[in-house]
Design a protein around this ligand. Structure first.
Ligand SMILES: C[S@@+](CC[C@H](N)C(=O)[O-])C[C@H]1O[C@@H](n2cnc3c(N)ncnc32)[C@H](O)[C@@H]1O
Length: 279
């Protein structure tokens, strides 16, 4: 008979799996809270560390989507510091674009970026507070969202990739903004902050695949006036048109809420602007 209870054995397994993933090159940048949660789920299904680690890595592949790309955060942060110190506006803009280029979601948006925010904010009004949920590098589009950046702007950004959030906060502070980007797993803890607009860009299909039907309660919980939810309008592989499928999917998610909805179709991105709080 073993001296350890089943609960103790499971806890030891969870810790071993969490530590192994946290030390791995590919997924070590992920929030420990997220890894632990996935390790707990894996430990209920697998007794051996090897199998549990494999299961967590498979989940993280889908959740973190590392294949979408990353810049060298430390190097870029240094370049930003130098460009701001030199008041070199052209260089700052170039570094923002270089950051946005490094991740597929923002890279795809580059050709439409100026129109994208102009047309969205024409519907919502210029926000004074934003939640950018599952943001990846999108906060680096700040200069294409606002012609003037007020230090009163509250830009909350949420992701579970630690160096990405640190980098975004570094950039925000150089721009004179409060460092409101945070490592937060929005599937475990819905954002609580109040804001004019919440952005949830090109993530709902993956979110649904990763967490089941959590999209609807997430949108319901957000304490914002406007929800801006987008989808790729063509598939990454093969260029299939996804507009019809995602329009139906979006309408299913908010079925019954009777929130007014405006649709904008850009080259490559389908956007729904939902007014949660009608004035
Ligand atoms: C496809 S990218 C998002 C792209 C970005 N919204 C845009 O359109 O430019 C997905 C991002 O969501 C983050 N993510 C995935 N699951 C998350 C969760 N549960 N909580 C917070 N962030 C999450 C990933 O780390 C990744 O940076």
């Amino acid at each position: 008979m073993g001296i350890f209870t089943l609960a103790e054995q499971q806890e030891a397994l969870v810790t071993a799996v969490t530590n192994a993933i946290k030390q791995s090159r590919k997924y070590g940048d992920t929030s420990e809270e997220t890894i632990r949660q996935l390790a707990e789920e894996a430990a209920r299904q697998h007794k051996k560390p090897k199998a549990a680690i494999k299961a967590v890595r498979a989940r993280l592949h889908s959740i973190m989507a590392p294949y979408l790309g990353d810049p060298d955060y430390a190097a870029l942060a240094q370049e930003f510091s130098a460009a701001f110190a030199a008041h070199d506006e052209a260089r700052i803009n170039q570094l923002c674009l270089q950051s946005l280029e490094a991740h597929l979601s923002t890279r795809e948006r580059l050709p439409i970026m100026t129109d994208f925010y102009r047309e969205i904010f024409a519907v919502t009004g210029q926000p004074q507070s934003i939640l950018d949920i599952a943001c990846a590098l999108n906060p680096l589009a700040l200069r294409w969202m606002f012609s003037e950046i007020s230090n009163q702007l509250k830009f909350y950004a949420y992701d579970i990739h630690e160096p990405r959030i640190e980098f975004i906060n570094h950039y925000f502070q150089l721009e004179g903004l409060a460092p409101l980007a945070r490592v937060q797993d929005v599937a475990m803890n819905f954002p609580q902050e109040q804001a004019d607009v919440a952005l949830f860009l090109k993530e709902m299909p993956r979110f649904t695949r990763n967490y089941g039907d959590l999209g609807r309660p997430l949108l319901q919980a957000l304490n914002v006036h406007w929800l801006v939810i987008s989808y790729p309008s063509v598939s990454t592989h093969g260029g299939r048109n996804l507009t019809g499928r995602y329009r139906e999917f979006m309408h299913q998610i908010i079925d019954g809420f009777e929130w007014p909805i405006t649709e904008l179709l850009f080259e490559g991105e389908l956007v729904f602007i939902i007014e949660k709080a009608v004035k």
